[in-house]
Design a protein around this ligand. Structure first.
Ligand SMILES: O=C(O)CCC(=O)C(=O)O
Length: 349
C-alpha cells in the first residue's frame, strides 16, 4: 500500500447525539520502520470530548465495539489486564483451592467438577489486574465517573469449572439461566449492577467451560422490567421471563416438556433466532485468554457451561455498581447517554 494513500491525521467524526461530546479517531500514517524499510502503519485512538472540562478523554472501546454492545449485550476486552498478571492471580486462587485439598499438580484431587469459592481476593497479584484499561473500558459503557468504584479489592466470586458435564455430550443447558442481582429489587433503571463483568484468568477454548450468554437477551429483559414500574424481586422476575417469553421457555424447558435429539439444542439455540419483537437472540460461548474481560449488559442472560477440555476454567464475576439510577425516562441531562442507557432506551423504542 502506498503510504501516500493512507488517510491523513486527526480525522474527526462528530457524533449525532448532541453537543456534549465529540468522538474523534486520530489516525497516524507512517512511511518507514527503524531500519528505513518501507512500511505503512495506522494508529487509531478513540477519544471523547468533554465540553465541561474542555478535555479529550481516551477511550478503550471503538465505536463498533460500542454498537455491538448495544445490539448484542456484550463486548470482549482483550488483555484488559496483563496475561502474566492474570496467570499470577490464578496461582493465588490455586492456593485457596489447596486449602480444600485440591492441588494444581495432582489432577487426581480434582474430584468435584465445579468448585465454588464464594469469596473475593485482594493480593498484589490481583491489585495489578486493577488496570486503567479495564476501568476505562467499563466507563466507556456506563459513563465517565459513574462507577461507584473504578477498582475492586474483592476479586470474586469463583465458580472454578474443572470438568462440569464432561461425562455427557456438550449441549446448551436447560438450567441455570439468569441475569445477575440477587441482592436488590429490579427496576429498569436500577443502579446496583451497572455491568456484568466476567474477568478471565485462564485459557478458555470452545467447550472449555466459558460462560454462555444469550446475545440480545438484555433487550428482552429491558422490555420486561419496563412493564413492571414497581419493581420485581430477582427470582420472581427471572421466573416470569422464562415462563412467558417463548424463546426462554424453550431454552429452560425440562426434557419431559421438550425432548431433543443430541445436538438439536445446539443447532436451535446457537443460531440466530428473531423473536416476535424483532430481537435477535442467540446463545454464545465466551471463549477467552487470561487477561480478557467480557463486559456484559446488566440484563444479559447467562449460564454456566460444560467443560470438556480438562483445563480448569478460572473466571470471576466482579461487581460494578453505579452511583446514580440510569437515565431511562424523560429527557437526558447535559451528560451524554451511556451505551448501557442507550441500549435500554432503544429496546423500549
Ligand atoms: O460459571 C459460569 O460461567 C457462570 C457464572 C455465573 O452465572 C455468574 O457469575 O453469575
Amino acid at each position: 500500500m502506498d503510504p501516500g494513500q493512507l488517510p491523513g491525521r486527526d480525522e474527526g467524526r462528530v457524533n449525532r447525539d448532541g453537543p456534549a461530546s465529540v468522538e474523534m479517531a486520530i489516525t497516524q500514517a507512517g512511511t518507514s520502520d527503524v531500519r528505513g524499510e518501507p512500511m505503512a502503519y495506522v494508529l487509531t485512538v478513540w477519544c471523547e470530548h468533554h465540553s465541561k472540562g474542555g478535555i479529550w478523554m481516551l477511550k478503550v472501546l471503538s465505536p463498533s465495539d460500542v454498537d455491538a454492545f448495544i445490539e448484542r449485550g456484550f463486548v470482549r476486552v482483550e488483555s484488559a489486564y496483563d496475561p502474566q498478571d492474570a496467570l499470577a492471580a490464578q496461582q493465588v486462587v490455586w492456593r485457596h483451592l489447596e486449602e480444600q485439598g485440591i492441588v494444581q499438580n495432582d489432577p487426581s484431587t480434582w474430584q468435584k467438577p465445579l468448585v465454588r469459592l464464594n469469596e473475593g481476593y485482594d493480593s498484589p497479584e490481583f491489585e495489578r489486574c486493577n488496570t486503567a484499561r479495564l476501568a476505562d473500558a467499563m466507563e466507556d459503557l456506563v459513563g465517565r465517573g459513574q462507577l461507584r468504584q473504578r477498582s475492586t479489592t474483592a476479586w470474586g466470586w469463583w465458580p472454578v469449572n474443572f470438568s462440569l458435564g464432561s461425562d455427557v455430550p456438550w449441549d446448551v443447558p436447560r438450567q441455570g439461566w439468569h441475569w445477575d442481582g440477587q441482592h436488590f429489587r429490579h427496576y429498569v433503571d436500577s443502579p446496583e449492577q451497572g455491568l456484568l463483568v466476567l474477568c478471565v484468568f485462564s485459557d478458555i477454548a470452545p467447550h472449555g467451560g466459558g460462560t454462555l450468554v444469550v446475545e440480545g437477551s438484555h433487550q428482552v429483559v429491558a422490555k420486561f422490567l419496563a412493564r413492571h414500574p414497581h419493581g420485581m424481586e430477582h427470582k420472581a422476575a427471572i421466573a416470569e421471563v422464562v415462563t412467558t417469553h417463548p424463546y426462554f421457555r424453550s431454552l429452560t424447558a425440562t426434557v419431559q416438556a421438550e425432548p431433543a435429539e443430541p445436538g438439536e439444542r445446539i443447532e436451535r439455540f446457537m443460531q440466530p433466532h428473531v423473536d416476535e419483537d424483532g430481537i435477535t437472540l442467540r446463545v454464545v460461548e465466551t471463549t477467552a485468554h487470561p487477561g480478557d474481560v467480557y463486559l456484559c449488559h446488566p440484563f444479559l442472560f447467562h449460564a454456566t457451561s460444560q467443560n470438556h477440555r480438562h483445563v480448569p476454567r478460572f473466571m470471576c464475576n466482579r461487581t460494578a455498581a453505579l452511583k446514580d439510577r440510569m437515565r431511562i425516562f424523560g429527557p437526558s441531562d447535559s451528560r451524554r447517554l451511556s451505551p448501557v442507557e442507550e441500549s435500554i432506551r432503544r429496546a423500549l423504542g
